[in-house]
Design a protein around this ligand. Sequence first.
Ligand code: 13P
Ligand code: SF4
Length: 350
Amino acid sequence: MHTSKRDMKKDMKSKTVFHPGQGAMGERDIDPLLDLEAEINRLKREKNAVILAHYYQEGEIQDIADFVGDSLDLSRKAAETNADMIVFCGVRFMAEVANILNPEKLVVLPDADAGCSLEDSCQPVAYAAFKAKHPDHIAINYINSSAEVKAMSDYIVTSSNAEHIINSLPKDQPIIFGPDRHLGAYLNHKTGRDMVLWPGTCIVHEQFSAREITRLKNAHPGALVAAHPECPEAILEVSDHIGSTSSILNFVTNNNSNEFIVATEQNIIHQMEKDAPGKTFYPAPGADGSCNCSQCPFMALNTMEKLYLCMVNEAPYVKLDDDLRVAALKPLEHMLELSPPAAKSAAAAE
Ligand code: 13P
Ligand code: SF4
């Protein structure tokens, strides 16, 4: 059954996600012999859809996407696209951003439960109270936050533009920054600004162990450590390069070293192996020395089957109430206006 079964069941918790209606196709209805890749490509043409994927998605999804990128790249692509349907393979807040920036388009996502620990740590009511305590501060929030928290922000930033945007503000302007305290502390250190930090963390980056990374480095003395600024300070201290996912990707591609320890979500290694063939990448270990800690459980909810289904059913889809969307748009527009040009444009999948 390939008829479109979108809509109807609104999720009252988030008020933004619409689940497939009754009679929609489910995983059990997928013919086990179906060539999913061919079907997804057919649906792309038939529905004039564009597939956007984050570097943290599994390799197969990255390979079928039209664009693979970091949060900023993907926001820009979502804002610019002429496609009728945006298929967002990442987490829910990213699909929300696509809807905020390009409300005329249908934004579907493979799994509406793909949340983010940073977003979860920063509930709108508690954030409003935090903000009220700091009336003279500018409110800057990481893009990994809910639409409600975005709507209370002056600026949204990603890890690739945050330092640049903060440096463009008057030096004596105090800032409240959320929800990631590690990214906030890193930016505080880099910019020297007066910053009060919301205490959220990423469950993936928080698990890496500086001791185990050092042990791995000793075993591979030529290996350089590349880390995302969502990592705690102890990890950043043993790193040779700190940056957003696209910045890390550029670093490992252009640096002369042949071995790298990657302190971010492990699926980015798929793109690294494509961009820098012949080099060796080690996922950063956690405290027990294993590498399983570097998979984001939210990103991992998305599968090729769910990607296919969301295109067939045209759901789950994200659509914010208009008042919320307009309020959240303002700080995102400020972000796009102040962002430096892309260091590396989103990778077009082969
Ligand atoms: P960037 O891709 O912007 O570096 O962000 C990483 C991330 O945590 C996305 O959830
Ligand atoms: Fe959120 Fe961390 Fe997963 Fe990124 S990797 S989506 S910050 S939980």
